[in-house]
Ligand binder design. Structure first.
Ligand code: ADP
Length: 365
């Protein structure tokens, strides 16, 4: 989606991926056909580019440093990625800057988890590296959870306090090399029933006071500054009453910002392109009173009859915006695309987008 935004503006985007038919690869004719995380591939991409940017945080910092040595600029900077890529280091950085975070501890072994559970009454353990969509997060609320936890290599995980949040919020923040920043509206992010994956995003987050919303935006901008962030970032937050706590920072366009594609004057993808090229940011204003995004999480493994699905969704809700990513394989639970809908009231917009989503999946049967 960043590639689409770049091309629309007239920039040529090259993609590093061993599969020329990756979702981004389908958009551009310029391919560097190596594994997306390989050093020679990253260097080859950098040789062909003025700026190298990413859509995930796991790119190897050494490959990115090698890319910088070719003269290309790498945004976000490798040092920012090495802070964010290890969630424990990320937390330590936020704490050092005095930003609101849960209490957290390193783990040496399994006994440490049990001791923290005894001390806090509950505990969340997280993989330091490589977690996404809740893989790599275990929430332990009870003795039963603790006893039934699959064994983990404790030293590559860390523990944090369980935050009893009312809602999960998120804010997209962009920052360019000249120091110009743009902060999007605060949204509410609702997770799937198993609590792991983002399901629905509502903009603006309902029920926030002006003061809470301003604070959430300021904390998000401060978090991006704390990691020396240039580029675009999704900052995930917990709201517990009046208290805002940072969950994590993602150094890339974020699922909680997909609503901006149709719902804001400048989409997060265009803002990403602008920020990495050190261009002035665009307006982050919403273009409707309410914007809702619903993820298309695959209900099963296999295929979808896309023509039918699109037709059924549009019959039910003609003004829904459908974004299908063209991933090469559909697996149960995988994010295959999303829907966006603009409306006047939350209740009716939510109802219409859920109907459209149901019709989309029914149409594929
Ligand atoms: P991932 O990067 O895999 O998405 P997150 O750190 O965002 O992992 O955690 C996934 C979900 O787990 C969160 O959206 C939230 O619902 C829950 N969670 C994570 N950390 C905490 C915490 N400290 N307290 C309460 N719930 C948490």
């Amino acid at each position: 989606m960043t590639t689409q935004a770049a091309q629309r503006m007239g920039f040529r985007a090259a993609i590093l991926d061993s599969n020329s038919l990756s979702p981004a690869g389908q958009v551009t004719p310029f391919h560097v056909l190596y594994d997306w995380n390989s050093l020679p591939g990253t260097v080859e991409l950098a040789k062909q580019s003025t700026v190298v940017t990413l859509e995930n945080e796991w790119a190897d910092p050494n490959s990115l440093l090698a890319a910088e040595h070719t003269g290309a600029s790498v945004v976000p900077h490798p040092r920012t990625l090495s802070i964010i890529g290890d969630k424990f280091v990320q937390r330590s950085c936020l704490l050092q800057q005095g930003l609101p975070s849960p209490q957290f501890r390193a783990l040496k072994d399994w006994d440490d988890v049990c001791a923290l559970f005894a001390e806090w009454g509950s505990v969340v353990i997280k993989s330091r590296w490589g977690g996404y969509d809740g893989y790599g997060v275990k929430v332990i609320r009870s003795r039963f959870d603790l006893d039934n936890l699959p064994t983990v290599e404790a030293a590559s995980w860390y523990a944090e306090e369980l935050i009893p949040f009312d809602v999960e919020l998120a804010v997209i923040v962009s920052k360019n090399e000249s120091g110009e920043s743009a902060v999007y509206p605060v949204v509410e992010s609702r997770q799937t029933r198993d609590g792991n994956r983002c399901d629905i995003v509502i903009a603006p987050a309902p029920g926030l006071t002006q003061e809470q919303s301003e604070r959430a935006k300021q904390v998000s901008l401060d978090a991006v500054n704390a990691v020396g962030g240039i580029g675009i970032y999704g900052v995930e937050l917990f709201k517990s009453g009046d208290r805002i706590t940072i969950n994590e920072i993602a150094p890339r366009p974020h699922n909680s910002g997909h609503y901006t594609m149709d719902g804001c004057r400048t989409s997060q993808f265009e803002q990403h392109v602008r920020s990495v090229l050190n261009l002035p940011p665009g307006s982050t204003a919403l273009v409707a009173p309410v914007v809702v995004m619903a993820n298309l999480l695959a209900p099963k493994d296999g295929n979808v009859d896309l023509d039918n699905s699109i037709e059924s969704a549009l019959k039910v809700c003609p003004d829904v915006h459908i974004h299908w990513y063209g991933k090469n394989e559909m697996r149960k639970g995988r994010k295959m695309g999303h829907l966006n809908l603009l409306g006047e009231s939350l209740e009716s917009t939510l109802e219409r987008i859920l109907d459209a989503r149901e019709a989309f999946w029914e149409g594929s049967n």
